[in-house]
Structures are given as C-alpha cells and as structure tokens.
Design a protein around this ligand. Structure first.
Ligand SMILES: [Zn+2]
Length: 364
C-alpha cells in the first residue's frame, strides 16, 4: 500500500503545502468542482501559490447538477493535463476522487487528495467507479500518495453527504456478518484481526453519531476515521469482504439500473445504509437456518441508527420502485461472484419467500 502520508485533523490545510513539498519542482494540476473549490479548494490553491508552487487549477462547473464520473468528465480532466503536468491534486470527495484516480493512473502521474466530505470509504481505495457506455464499472487504478482530511472543512459538507458516509460505515455491520457466513459455509479466507479492526472503527463512529446532525467536529472525526480505516482494510485483506457485502450488492444493483436508465440515483452511502436495513431483515428471517456463531445486526437497530442522523431507511425513500426492489433481491447476487446471505437464502430455497415478506413490509 503506497500511501505515504495520511493527515487527519482540525485545521490541517498547512500540511498540504508541507506534504506536497517533494513535488514543488514540477507543475501541479489542481482539480475541484464549484462546491469543493468553495469548501477549501480556493484556500489550498492560494497557500500553494504563496509558497511558490507552479500550478494550474481546473474547476468543474457543476451548477445545480451532479458531476458524473463519465467519459465527458474524464475527457475534460485529461484535456487539462498538459505536457509539463507532473502531479495531480484533487480537492473533493467521491466522484472527483474517482476521476483523479483513474486519470492520474493512466497518465502515470501521482496524485494526492484533500478530502472535502466524509461521504464514502473510497479515499483509501485503488478502484475508480466510473460510468462508461452508460453502465457503472470499477476500474483498477492506484492509491493516492497523500490524503489530507481536515475535519474543520468536512464538518461543513452537505448533510446528505455526512449521512451517506455514515450509511457506508453502517454497511460494515452486515458486510462483516456476510464475511463470517462465507468463512463458515465456504471456508473462505477470513482475517479475525481485520474484522475486529473494522468493527472497532465502526463502534467508535456509532458511539458518537449523536453529534453528527449538529456537525460536531469530534463526531466527524470518528466518521472519517472509520471510513479511512475500512477503506484501508480492503487493501489489508486483499479482498473487499471487510467493507462490502449484501448491502453493497443491493446498492450497486440499484445504482446500475438507474445509470442504465439515465436516471439520477442516491449517493452510494445513502443506498448502502438502506441496503443494511434490508440485509438485517433478511438475516432475521433466515436466522433459524444460519450456522452457529453468526452475529448480525437487528433491522430495528440499524433503522434507529440511521434515523438518529436523519438518513433514509427504506428503498422507497430512495425512489426505488417495488419492481426494482424485488428484482434486486432476486438478482443482485449474480452480479459478482461473491457469496452473501442472498445466496445463502437462495440455497435454502427461501429467497423468494423472504423477498416477498420484506417487500410487503417495506412497500405496503
Ligand atoms: Zn461503500
């Protein structure tokens, strides 16, 4: 894992200048969008210029629309790279990171991140989630060489993004249950140390979640810590198991269907939070048939955790139709070869029956 520098704290933007010192001889391309430029991009650029850095800034004009990680944005980012660009600094969260990560990887340049929202666990990821040919695919790329996460900036992120990050953290509860399930049922690789590490990060975040609606900086700190930690756990384990299970399969399915239909969709973490409720419902229904020692969260517990921060709790809230919901329950497990409780229920001959029960509870 070649992340050289990871700085998390309050008012740490000066660290960006220090951290980028090894790259001061070259020319930086600083990528941001209208929102993240305002959040701290402008300040970061000013400080770099004051320190004599040579840079070019490009701000994606987003207006009221959402920046998409598609061919258009990627092409634009590529055009902004000049022959003498030596390094990319991205100021932003999910989509901007996906764009910067793949563009820097494919052009053989290093990149660093100034995180602006605690919205997902992808800062410490090697994958870029992109829309190519109207479908969502993950492309292998590389780690940023440095990550700067300033809690005094991130606490001012849009509340929906804070809720999303929290949903992505909650998803680890069912991801860990699935990992344990496949360990027992399929003898799949499992690392107790990593599972405990992730659980610890999640617990800390949940314990201070009361402060999130009021943007308490310490609560934001525990949230971003949990997101960074769980992102790193994927690299440590070499598989996505500690961070992603059924709840992610469902969230990805909903997202892919929306992208294919050219429709807007919820932020990743908001969908994952809802997926966690649904997965917990499924675990409760199948609990009698589970092998011993599988711990899973209760659906009411997950729901109450989401309600605490005002996040969505039902697929209905996300605008997912009843038909798509049923479709996702029956087919999300086929998208990737990953064994989860969906497959377990199918093997017990119970998936259709449980899907019917859950659908009625959520939609009637
Ligand atoms: Zn996620």
């Amino acid at each position: 894992m070649d992340i050289d520098k990871l700085v998390v704290g309050s008012n740490i933007l000066d660290e960006v200048v220090k951290g980028l010192d090894p790259f001061r001889d070259g020319k930086l391309l600083v990528l941001s969008d209208t929102n993240t430029y305002g959040a701290c991009g402008e300040i970061v650029i000013e400080r770099l210029l004051d320190e004599g850095f040579h840079l070019k800034s490009f701000v994606f004009e987003t207006g009221s629309s959402i920046l998409l990680p598609d061919e258009r944005s990627l092409g634009r980012a590529l055009l902004e790279i000049e022959p003498d660009t030596s390094f990319i600094l991205v100021v932003g969260s999910g989509v901007l990171n996906d764009i910067a990560r793949i563009v820097s990887y494919r052009t053989g340049k290093r990149f660093a991140v100034v995180a602006t929202a605690p919205s997902m666990d992808g800062y410490t990821s090697v994958g870029s989630s992109l829309i190519v040919g109207r479908t969502k695919t993950t492309y292998y790329s590389h780690y940023p060489c440095a990550i700067f996460a300033d809690t005094s900036v991130m606490k001012n992120a849009p509340m929906i993004m804070i809720q999303a990050g929290y949903g992505d953290v909650l998803g680890k509860l069912t991801a860990l249950a699935d990992w344990n399930l496949t360990r027992i049922v399929n003898n799949e690789y499992y690392c107790d140390t990593i599972a405990k590490l992730v659980q610890k990060g999640v617990d800390k975040c949940l314990a201070s979640a009361d402060g999130l609606p009021g943007r308490d900086e310490q609560s934001i700190r525990f949230l971003i810590d949990a997101l960074i930690l769980t992102g790193l756990s994927i690299g440590l384990a070499g598989v996505s198991r500690p961070a992603s299970g059924t709840e992610h399969q469902l969230a990805h399915y909903w997202e892919i269907k929306a992208v294919e239909a050219g429709e807007e969709h919820a932020l990743h973490g908001n969908a994952v939070g809802v997926g966690t409720v649904v997965t917990a419902m499924l675990y409760e229904l199948v609990s009698e048939m589970l092998p011993e020692n599988i711990e899973f969260p209760k659906a009411d517990f997950v729901r109450s955790l989401l309600e605490k921060v005002g996040a969505f709790t039902s697929p209905k809230d996300l605008g997912i139709s009843r038909e798509l919901f049923v479709d996702s329950m029956l087919n999300a497990m086929n998208m990737k070869d990953k064994y989860t409780v969906l497959r377990f229920c199918a093997q017990q001959g119970k998936l259709e029956e449980f899907t019917d029960i859950i659908t009625r509870r959520l939609y009637d």
